[in-house]
Write a protein that binds this ligand. Structure first.
Ligand code: DWN
Length: 393
């Protein structure tokens, strides 16, 4: 059985490479292709980009920039306290502390390779290791603090290339009754929503439950519960325990696997069909931009997300179509989007009366954005989205 390529999204930049200059002398590009492994059912990028090129001290994404994410992390932390009452927590990929800051009364340790982010949580008083997660780091941390009762990792395990080592490092860091929770975008949702922008340099994997189930089958870990969440356009929270821990396994696990099998996610043809839909999505989106530009409409981008780099570069949407992007993240403001070199500005200057349309780079925060931009909507301003199908709203 083999790994088979099913999607080619063309030349793509490093999504974190927000540029200081609209005409950079040098910019790194790679060919973004996506592969299905017929044996493990895992979907991954065909070629991984060197981690140090992506995750370093210039990392721009701050999870706390959205009210939706702040609330979601607050609610989750309360739920974890109630359901598991852990006395120690390790977070792999702690970003700016959006999750760990809710646990100030118990031992909380962060792991965050991006030094600028690790500094933020260190300053909050949360001991943070600014390293990549691997066996050596796990050994070091466990030697110092013992095994953890709760390990959490949101939007990070899908970013780490060596899955087997990642899981072994978790196995050695988790106490026998410990709980490991991972949260990442759901592959089923990507296939349903044609949200092909979940594929980019950092997303080495987009996980199915099936893939994680197969990955864990050779380890001492197993899935015992699953929650679907609406964050990041449709994610899944997978609850994992050691096999020797006798917590009941929820029926939701079998149900989720059945839904994926019913959707055809164990078959290559399903992914090939998805690739055809991606091509058609590209044509439709370009058409929308072309028509609006013919009619001299002013279009801006809303949310200079990492995801949007895939759409913009794949569809060739650049300054010919979009005047600028607006983004609340200070470290992105004053810079230019990777590959397409569109200026990024701060919200106070963005949606003036000259703007007719805003392309939703942050389509996953549509609700939050719509409620914030009532004035723009009231005066006839419209949004463009490519999910689930390119259209004007
Ligand atoms: O996995 C990853 C996710 C969790 O975060 C990383 N690999 C990188 C990053 O991906 P992203 O950029 O696609 O994530 P978001 O959370 O969809 O980014 C939203 C962006 O939109 C932020 O830059 C903030 C911005 N934003 C805004 O300008 N106004 C967001 C909201 C809600 C707003 O009102």
């Amino acid at each position: 059985m083999a790994k088979i390529e099913f999607l080619n999204l063309g030349k793509q930049p490093i999504t974190n490479n927000f540029l200081n200059n609209p005409k950079p002398k040098k910019e790194f590009f790679y060919n973004l292709k996506v592969t299905f492994d017929e044996k493990s059912k895992i979907v991954s990028l065909s070629n991984f980009v060197q981690p140090e090129k992506m995750f370093n001290e210039t990392y721009a994404h701050r999870a706390s920039m959205s009210k939706t994410m702040l609330l979601s992390n607050y609610k989750l932390s309360n739920y974890i306290k109630k359901r598991f009452a852990p006395r120690s927590i390790l977070e792999i990929g702690s970003n700016d502390g959006i999750f760990l800051k809710n646990f100030n009364n118990i031992l909380s340790i962060g792991v965050e390779p991006c030094k600028n982010l690790a500094l933020i949580t260190d300053e909050m008083g949360i001991k943070t290791y600014s390293n990549f997660w691997d066996i050596n780091l796990a050994k070091k941390i466990v030697n110092k603090y013992n095994a953890f009762e709760f390990i959490y990792s949101a939007n990070t395990i899908s970013h780490i290339h060596n899955l087997k080592e990642t899981i072994s490092a978790v196995e050695m860091s988790l106490s026998d009754n410990g709980i490991f929770v991972i949260e990442d975008p759901s592959l089923l949702e990507v296939l349903k929503k044609i949200s092909y922008d979940q594929f980019y340099d950092e997303h080495a994997y987009v996980f199915s439950i099936l893939g994680i189930f197969n990955l864990l089958s050779e380890t001492e870990l197993e899935i015992f519960d699953i929650q679907k969440t609406s964050t990041h356009g449709g994610s899944q929270r997978i609850y994992i325990k050691k096999k020797k821990n006798k917590i009941n396994i929820s029926q939701k696990v079998n149900n989720a696997i059945k839904s994926e099998l019913d959707f055809g996610m164990s078959k290559y043809e399903t992914y090939k069909k998805f690739a055809k839909k991606v091509e058609s999505s590209k044509k439709k989106l370009i058409n929308i931009f072309e028509n609006l530009k013919k009619n001299k409409k002013k279009i801006i981008g809303y949310g200079a997300t990492y995801k949007s780099a895939t759409v913009l570069n794949y569809c060739g949407i650049n300054t010919k179509y979009i005047d600028y992007f607006v983004d609340t993240t200070e470290t992105k403001q004053g810079k230019y989007t990777p590959g397409t070199h569109i200026p990024i500005i701060k919200p106070s200057e963005a949606l003036d009366s000259s703007v007719d349309y805003a392309f939703l780079g942050a389509w996953n925060f549509k609700k939050e954005i719509f409620s914030k931009e009532k004035k723009f909507i009231k005066r006839g301003g419209k949004f463009i989205t490519h999910v689930p199908t390119p259209r004007i709203i």
